[in-house]
Design a protein. Structure first.
Length: 127
C-alpha cells in the first residue's frame, strides 16, 4: 500500500472513529435530558472504547514507520489483547449472576466488534 492510499485510509478510519464518538456523546446528552442515566452511562462507555482505539490506531501508525502492514498487525493484535480482559470480566460477572456488569462488558465487546468490522472494511480493502 503506498503512502497516499495509507494516508487516505488513515483519515477515513480516524474520521469514522470521531463520528462514532460524536454520535455517542449526542445520544448521551439526549438520554441525560430524558433522565435516563443508566443508558447515558452506556453511551459514555461506548465513546470511551472508540476513543481508546483511536489512540491505539494512532500508536500503530507512529510505531509502524509508514509500513501499512505493520500498522494493521499492531492494531489487530491490540484489538484482540485488550478485549480479552473484558471477556474475562464478562465470564466472572456471569459466574456471579451480575447482570449489570455482564451488560457493561458485553457492550464493550460489541463496540470492539464494530470497530474491528469498520477497520477491516476501511483498511483492508484495496483502493
Amino acid at each position: 500500500m503506498d503512502n497516499l492510499i495509507m494516508n487516505e485510509k488513515q483519515k477515513e478510519f480516524t474520521a469514522w472513529l470521531g463520528s462514532q464518538i460524536a454520535a455517542c456523546e449526542k445520544r448521551r446528552e439526549k438520554l441525560l435530558a430524558d433522565e435516563r442515566s443508566d443508558e447515558s452511562d452506556f453511551e459514555k462507555i461506548k465513546a470511551n472504547i472508540y476513543d481508546i482505539f483511536r489512540t491505539v490506531f494512532n500508536v500503530a501508525l507512529k510505531t509502524s514507520n509508514d509500513d501499512a502492514d505493520a500498522a494493521r498487525r499492531f492494531f489487530l493484535l491490540k484489538a484482540e489483547e485488550i478485549p480479552a480482559n473484558w471477556k474475562a470480566a464478562y465470564d466472572r460477572a456471569k459466574q456471579h449472576d451480575d447482570a449489570h456488569k455482564m451488560q457493561i462488558e458485553s457492550l464493550k465487546l460489541e463496540t470492539m466488534q464494530d470497530i474491528k468490522t469498520a477497520f477491516q472494511r476501511i483498511w483492508e480493502v484495496e483502493a
